[in-house]
Design a protein around this ligand. Structure first.
Ligand code: SF4
Ligand code: SF4
Length: 147
């Protein structure tokens, strides 16, 4: 078997396993389901604040989250605390990009917490749970006039 065919075999068996888990019988059952989630950037909710959370009981201290955040995102995960290897999210830096969740090898070890009250430790701004986007943002000189 050539390498190319092996990759296709793995893709199809992986897809079949995922469909079984989700109880999909046919490809057509899920094609296009994510399309309604696509939107223009200016309509993203600027008030949506999330922070990553690491479950210390599940963490195997592999360090992948630290490396990913350090090199690619916002340097928001510790590597050492009080002289000990320890991975913890620094809320004042975390932008909730989800990258650490993607690289963590332990399922549900890192989750994202949606904050709805208080002050965002990163921006110092009070958290507003209401939806607000760029079309009405004060920094936008072309924002729609408030009604
Ligand atoms: S969500 Fe992004 S910014 Fe926050 S800790 Fe994870 S990788 Fe870093
Ligand atoms: S990637 Fe996951 S398991 Fe590894 S150190 Fe980070 S939180 Fe712990």
């Amino acid at each position: 078997m050539t390498y190319g065919f092996k990759i296709i075999d793995e893709l199809t068996s992986g897809l079949a396993r995922w469909m079984d888990e989700k109880e999909y019988g046919h490809i057509a059952d899920f094609v296009g389901r994510a399309v309604p989630n696509v939107t223009d950037w200016q309509f993203l909710n600027l008030n949506y604040v999330v922070k990553a959370r690491i479950d210390q009981q599940l963490c195997i201290q592999c360090g992948r989250c630290h490396i990913a955040c350090e090199d690619t995102s916002h340097q928001a995960i510790t590597r050492e605390v009080d002289g000990h290897r320890h991975f913890e999210v620094i809320d004042a830096e975390c932008v909730g990009c989800n990258l650490c969740v993607q690289v963590c090898p332990v399922e549900n070890c890192i989750t994202l917490e949606h904050l709805t009250a208080g002050v965002d430790p990163r921006t110092g701004e009070r958290i507003d749970p209401a939806y607000a986007n760029w079309t009405t943002h004060p920094n936008n000189p072309n924002r729609a006039a408030a009604e």
